[in-house]
Design a protein around this ligand. Structure first.
Ligand code: AMP
Length: 403
């Protein structure tokens, strides 16, 4: 029996996928990473990389019927490297749970009551919470003795004041249907805002940070002294920035118009705004690399998509600057934020009066480390801070079970 188990398995269960990482919290080392995709289809695929042994990535394609079969396949892969789920060194399983509503403000050890509450939140997270619950139930069946911890995407945003969290609609109607702004990507915003403070040599309580999480999904947050005071996603991840396939902010009357005059059903409009809008709706591509390539070739649709994307981003930087009053840093993160120098440059261009500038040389540098890209003279630091949601989930889960 190992005296102090230090490993945490992080599970991110989607509707047809499971992403996982095994971390050792003694030193933060990643022991294994992997992904099961297309669960329930003929062409399911499992990709597993045993980092602990330095082994090569193993990929298998075979039908995987459901999440239980997926997790068992993951367990087999881990066991093949001596990292099996039965290991006494495993301290906890940390689950990414998308929607924790107002109730879950911190990571939580999962009990039946916790699962019941996550279930009660399904109406506001119909795509995500059911998959998260399936992942939890399956992991519990495999290791019933092990603490399972839920780390909520919404938790970091529960510190938002009512003035930011409330929609200006009838209060009784809103409350009856739990309609308010919850925000998402919370583990990333928490991690990146803390890492940004560290980069500035300050405690999180001493700095105000605007975090721009720009992945395929994208959100901004205003973080004052380590606490979130506003964020761009709302009741669902549809609100806010222009994303890979989501529209972000639109006039809600667009929906009435499409239903009344466009003959579209609610499901069709839902799909339009979540899956066929944003960058892909504007130019047919949602990958910023491809969009930049097309712009370089003179493609006008791609240029329009880029401009709409950046315009919205700039509006949120301005809005959160005003919300915070004083800003110490703007931090770019996730796939686009970490890699797309032209997006960073364009988002900050013309904001010198706000103390914001980007140094072209520093912005062009590629690195995996957090780094500053603003010139020495700039009043506000502009940073690129790679996010690490799995490490954050493992850190939070481990802190809870080892306390
Ligand atoms: P994420 O959701 O954080 O994994 O981000 C995925 C997105 O990041 C992709 O859809 C691309 O738009 C973007 N991305 C990834 N790598 C690059 C890169 N090297 N340059 C520009 N954009 C990138």
């Amino acid at each position: 029996m190992t005296a102090n188990p230090t490993r945490v398995l992080v599970l991110n269960s989607g509707s047809s996928s499971v992403k996982y990482q095994l971390l050792d919290m003694a030193d933060g080392a990643r022991l294994a990473v992997g992904l099961v995709e297309r669960i329930g289809e003929e062409t399911s695929r499992l990709a597993h990389t045993p980092l602990a042994t330095g082994g090569a990535k193993r990929e298998t394609e075979a039908p995987i019927a459901d999440h239980e079969a997926a997790l068992k396949a993951v367990a087999r892969e881990l066991a093949a490297d001596g990292l099996g789920l039965d290991s006494p060194e495993l301290a906890a399983i940390g689950h990414r749970v998308v929607h924790g509503g107002q109730k879950f403000t911190a990571p939580t050890v999962i009990t039946d009551e916790v699962v019941a509450e996550i279930e009660r939140l399904i109406p506001v997270a119909p795509l995500h919470n059911p998959a998260n619950i399936t992942g939890i139930r399956t992991a519990q069946a495999l290791r019933p003795d092990l603490p399972q911890v839920a780390v909520f995407d919404t938790a970091f945003h529960t510190t938002m004041p009512e003035s930011a969290a409330r929609y200006a609609i009838d209060v009784e109607t809103a409350d009856a249907h739990r309609i308010r702004r919850y925000g998402f990507h919370g583990t990333s915003h928490a991690y990146v805002s803390r890492e940004t403070a560290k980069l500035l040599g300050k405690d999180p309580s001493e700095v105000n940070v605007i975090v721009l999480h720009l992945g395929n999904g994208a959100s901004a947050s205003a973080v004052r002294g380590g606490r979130c005071v506003d964020t761009s996603m709302g009741l669902t991840p549809l609100e806010g920035l222009v994303m890979g396939t989501r529209s972000g902010d639109i006039d809600p009357a667009v929906i009435f118009h499409l239903a009344r005059n466009g003959g579209m059903s609610i499901d069709e409009i839902d799909s339009l705004l979540n899956k066929k809008s944003g960058l892909i709706g504007l130019c047919g591509d949602n990958d910023m690399r491809e969009i930049r390539r097309r712009i370089d070739e003179g493609d006008e649709r791609a240029a329009l998509a880029f401009d709409v994307y950046v315009h919205r981003l700039k509006k949120y930087i301005g809005a959160y600057y005003a919300v915070l009053g004083k800003v110490d840093a703007v931090a770019f993160t996730a796939g686009v934020g970490e890699n797309a120098a032209p997006v960073r440059e364009a988002a900050v261009a013309g904001l010198e009066e706000l103390g914001l500038a980007v140094d072209a040389g520093l912005n062009a540098v590629r690195a995996d480390e957090p780094r500053l890209i603003s010139p020495e003279y700039a009043r506000v630091a502009v940073a690129v801070v790679p996010t690490d949601e799995e490490l954050e989930i493992a850190t939070q889960a481990y802190a809870l079970v080892s306390a």
